[in-house]
Every structure is written in structure tokens, then in C-alpha cells.
Design a protein around this ligand. Structure first.
Ligand SMILES: Nc1ncnc2c1ncn2[C@@H]1O[C@H](COP(=O)(O)OP(=O)(O)O)[C@@H](O)[C@H]1O
Ligand SMILES: [Mg+2]
Length: 254
């Protein structure tokens, strides 16, 4: 039986006098790599923030690992260890070195000695294909791709079951974006992660997602495989998937 890790039920969010979400339903099962796509300003980041308990929806229910995040700080701390997040902006603490950024969640646990922390940090850096000498660099000294890798190492520090990524390839050139996607795919296979990622980039979605959910008109208007979504008749959905449809048609055509 598939185990549901995340369940969003009839969620609505009102910000500054207008509705961002109205009746959002979303489910993520263990082992899935689910893409949440939608136009700019459609409320993807807001939904992600609500899922991890940073922001409270106006209405509706969110269950992460079968539990609600909001009512109990102790439960929130416990659940916090089971997921890792990579935000689009502010991915690293700018005043900390790469090493201290990755060590941060480990130190927060307050039960690991510095030797153990050192071993874990170096292991995570290796996982994201950064070199030991990168550990002492400050975020300002890193390229965009290295910042993403360091932030991913920090998101993986506590060995989460669920990884949440907001626009993982935004701001990277196509070559770096492709390499970052390949890295996420490898890690997903090796660590048996479940992944929810937000993207408005079709190439990233096509490369990474096992299932796609489309946020438009304030709710999830369609979910399914890429193939299934290419058949959906909805203005945003058909526009978003049109380039892929054309590409596939060319590939299959004469
Ligand atoms: N803190 C906030 N204050 C005011 N408006 C906000 C705030 N957060 C989000 N919004 C609004 O909510 C909508 C969705 O934003 P966001 O979730 O960032 O969209 P996306 O990530 O899909 O681009 C936008 O219209 C945005 O202006
Ligand atoms: Mg966003």
C-alpha cells in the first residue's frame, strides 16, 4: 500500500484582501517526485511555506507524515527533522561559511559532538559534489550552482525522508541547471527520497517529475503524469505543456 506523506485538503489562503488559494487539494505518496507547477504569482511558494508550517492557511487542513504542524511546537520540532527544504531565495546564511551552513541543522539538534558533525558535513558536501576545500568558503565567494549545492547539502543534513525544493533551477544557466537536476535524480535514487518541487520551468519538470500537479485559478486544476497532462484542456495547462507536446509530436512523427 502506498503511504501518504503529505495531504492538503480544501486549503484556502487569503492575503491582503484577495484569495491566493481557494480549495487546494494535494497528495504526495512516499517515493514520488511531485512537481507543483503554476504561473508566477499563482501561490506556489506560499503553499510550500504553509506545508512546512511557516505560514498558516486561512482554511483547510495540511497533514505532513500524518500529523498537523500547527498546534504543537514539540511535534513541529520532531516533524521538522523529517523534511529538508531548499528555498529559491536566501538559500544560505550569508554570514556563515559553507561548513557552518551545513553544520547548522546538526548543531541545532544539540546532541552531536563536533567530530561527528565534521564527519557528517564533509559527507554531505561530497554527496552534492562539492570539494573539501569548498567548506571554508563564504556564500559570496560561490557561483550560483555551488550555492544551490551547498544549500542542498544543508537540506539533506538531517537525512530527511522528504525534500522540498522551490524553483531548484531558477537562476542557473541551462548547463548548470541540467547538472543540478542530474544530481537531484541521483540523490533521490540513492537516498530513496520523496520530493516535492515547485517549478515554472518545463524542462526541469520533464526531467525530474514522476507526477505533476498544476496550480491555476487558485486551486489544483490537474494532476497526473506528463503524458496525461498533455491531454488536459485548460488554458494554462495546454500553454505550459505545449512545447513538450510539439517536441514529442516531432519525435514520434515522420
Ligand atoms: N507576505 C505577502 N504579502 C503580500 N502578498 C503576498 C505575500 N506572500 C505572497 N503574496 C501574494 O500571494 C500571491 C502568490 O505568491 P507566491 O506564493 O510567491 O507565488 P509563486 O511562488 O507561485 O510565484 C502573489 O500574488 C503575491 O503577491
Ligand atoms: Mg515562488
Amino acid at each position: 500500500m502506498t503511504e501518504v506523506l503529505l495531504e492538503v485538503r480544501d486549503l484556502s489562503t487569503r492575503i491582503g484582501g484577495h484569495w491566493v488559494h481557494q480549495g487546494v487539494d494535494l497528495t504526495l505518496s512516499r517515493g514520488e517526485v511531485l512537481a507543483l507547477v503554476g504561473g508566477s504569482g499563482s501561490g506556489k511558494t506560499t503553499l510550500l511555506r504553509e506545508i512546512i508550517g511557516l505560514q498558516r492557511p486561512t482554511q483547510g487542513e495540511i497533514r505532513l507524515f500524518g500529523e498537523t504542524l500547527f498546534d504543537d511546537p514539540r511535534r513541529q520540532r520532531r516533524l521538522r527533522r523529517r523534511f529538508g527544504v531548499l528555498f529559491q531565495h536566501g538559500a544560505l546564511f550569508s554570514a556563515f561559511s559553507v561548513y557552518d551552513n551545513v553544520a547548522f541543522p546538526l548543531r541545532e539538534l544539540k546532541c552531536l559532538d563536533e567530530m561527528t558533525i565534521r564527519r557528517l558535513v564533509m559527507l554531505k558536501l561530497e554527496m552534492v559534489e562539492l570539494l573539501p576545500r569548498h567548506a571554508r568558503l563564504m556564500p559570496a565567494e560561490l557561483s550560483g550552482g555551488m550555492i544551490k549545492r551547498a544549500a542542498l547539502a544543508r537540506a539533506l543534513a538531517l537525512e530527511p525522508e522528504l525534500l522540498l525544493l522551490d524553483e531548484p533551477t531558477a537562476g542557473l544557466d541551462p548547463d548548470r541547471a541540467e547538472r543540478f537536476i542530474a544530481l537531484i535524480r541521483t540523490l533521490d535514487a540513492e537516498l530513496k527520497l520523496s520530493v516535492l518541487f515547485v517549478s515554472h520551468d518545463l524542462a526541469t519538470v520533464a526531467e525530474l517529475a514522476s507526477r505533476v500537479a498544476v496550480l491555476a485559478d487558485h486551486r489544483i486544476v490537474a494532476t497526473g503524469s506528463l503524458e496525461a497532462l498533455m491531454q488536459v484542456e485548460h488554458p494554462f495547462v495546454s500553454r505550459f505543456f505545449a512545447p513538450l507536446k510539439a517536441h514529442w509530436r516531432r519525435g514520434k512523427g515522420p
